[in-house]
Design a protein around this ligand. Structure first.
Ligand SMILES: Nc1ncnc2c1ncn2[C@@H]1O[C@H](COP(=O)(O)OP(=O)(O)OP(=O)(O)O)[C@@H](O)[C@H]1O
Ligand SMILES: [Mg+2]
Length: 430
């Protein structure tokens, strides 16, 4: 394990722009780890690495299985939750949790208490964590004793016909897709708050659609209705985004055929609502500034942390959540939405997101295609240099390389241990 060098007092802030570095010094940062100096057996950790939390960022977290990616997501959320109040109350964190591992942030990390001591840290649980689950699964979660707070669902009328086609992975020219799109749009135009059975009867009454197409659609929609994500509750932005709150959206129990599309529906809705919320917020903030008034409602900026992110905006196909994620990546800085994309396979993340990424935190990777994807993010570096850094990483969990586009630098770091409980450890037989 690493030895700690406590004597050096300096630090590096990653992701911070030059003007802010002067103005804010070490304010508004999160302590994410320490530099690693040396390689192999001689590697030791030295000065602190801090992450800028003042401005929006697009961060890519990658690495092979079990190398500490989700853990990084937790560290970032913890740091936001531990900011001084004046910063914390302006930020809200939303975590898309596919593995059902983030609810445990409510508990202190007693399992790594010894390690935390080495880092001068103490186990700590967080109070302001809210866990949302698909509405129909609320009872199931409660019965298994998991601390859940509220349910969310997809309102069918909030998606256009086009998006329905994407959710079902249909070719746009396919007869099923055309009939689906047409009928969804027609229901939307009528202003009806329709549910799936309404859509099915609308399709059944559609004289222009062939019987076999109707049957196919009816089958598809009946199955979709059993997914348990459609409902009339929707996603209430005030449940999702609150000053100083970490909202965990646990999608780990959504299983069924086409499960990924189901999750994508919910994730698309969440990403879109967050973006819209911040666009409105920016307008109100500008107005208040112009008129010298105080805003009645607080609109925190949002950090959206998405685990298994290659599912939400994949590189090889368009899904229903692609659009909302690309919008955040391309336009989220101005309204104040940060994105943390966590994945085993950076190569599978949409190119437009990679090109907007300003910070990469990567653990070990062995696939050349994945390294090339990182190289595309930071073209200032030579592939050979990146290979060198990544191969020099010690083999312990938490060892990572950071590529910082602002500083135009590469660092090797050890991510700090989590203070709150991380429920994502590898299963062992004994
Ligand atoms: N910085 C760290 N310090 C100490 N332990 C760590 C650190 N990072 C990870 N670990 C350990 O490694 C385990 C695996 O981490 P994590 O669940 O984040 O992996 P992952 O990369 O997300 O894996 P997967 O690809 O399977 O989702 C953790 O349960 C923890 O015990
Ligand atoms: Mg993980």
């Amino acid at each position: 394990m690493p030895t700690l060098d406590q004597t050096v007092k300096t630090y590096t802030i990653v992701g911070r722009i030059k003007e802010d570095a002067q103005k804010f010094q070490d304010k508004g940062v999160g302590y994410i780890g320490k530099h690693i100096v040396g390689t192999g057996e001689d590697a030791h950790i030295t000065t602190k690495v801090l992450l800028d939390l003042l401005r929006p960022h697009i961060i890519l977290v990658s690495g092979k299985r079990g190398t500490g990616k989700s853990y990084v997501g937790g560290v970032i959320a913890e740091e936001i939750a531990m900011l001084p109040e004046e910063y914390r109350n302006n930020i809200s964190v939303v975590i898309i949790d596919t593995m059902g591992i983030f609810w445990s942030m409510k508990r202190p990390n007693d399992q790594q208490a010894e390690l935390l001591k080495d880092w001068d840290l103490e186990p700590k649980g967080f109070e302001n964590i809210k866990v949302l689950v698909p509405f129909k699964q609320l009872e199931e979660y409660k019965e298994s004793g998991l601390p859940v707070d509220a349910g969310i669902s997809v309102l069918p009328w909030e998606f256009t016909g086009d998006e329905w086609g994407l959710a079902f992975n249909l070719e746009r020219t396919n007869a099923v897709s055309i009939a689906l799109e047409k009928n969804v749009n027609s229901l939307i135009e009528s202003g009806q708050h329709f549910m799936i059975p309404d859509l099915i009867s609308k399709i059944r009454d559609d004289r222009e659609t062939a019987p076999e197409v109707k049957d196919a659609l009816e089958n598809m929609l009946t199955v979709a209705n059993q997914w348990g994500v459609f409902g009339t509750e929707g996603v209430n932005i005030d449940d999702l985004v609150q000053p100083g709150q970490i909202t965990v959206v646990d999608l780990s129990r959504l299983r069924s055929s086409g499960a990924w599309s189901v999750r994508n529906f919910l994730v698309a809705l969440i990403a879109r609502k967050i973006y819209q919320f911040r666009v409105v917020a920016r307008k109100e903030e500008e107005l208040a500034k112009m008129e010298g008034t105080v805003m009645k409602k607080k609109y925190p900026i949002v950090w959206l942390i998405a685990d298994e992110a290659h599912n939400w905006a994949p590189s090889d196909r368009e899904t229903v959540s692609s659009g909302p994620f690309l919008t955040i990546a391309k336009e989220g800085r101005e309204p104040g939405v940060s994105l943390v994309m966590i994945t085993q396979m950076p190569n599978k993340i949409h190119q437009d997101i990679l090109s907007q990424t300003d910070l990469v935190i990567t653990h070990r990777l062995t696939s050349k295609a994945d390294l090339m994807a990182l190289n595309a993010v930071m073209q200032t570096y030579l592939m050979e240099d990146m290979w060198k850094y990544i191969n020099s990483l010690p083999r312990w969990p938490g060892a990572a390389m950071i590529l910082d586009d602002n500083l135009e630098k590469i660092f090797t770091v050890n991510i700090r241990p989590r203070v709150s409980w991380h429920a994502g450890g590898t299963a062992v037989v004994i």
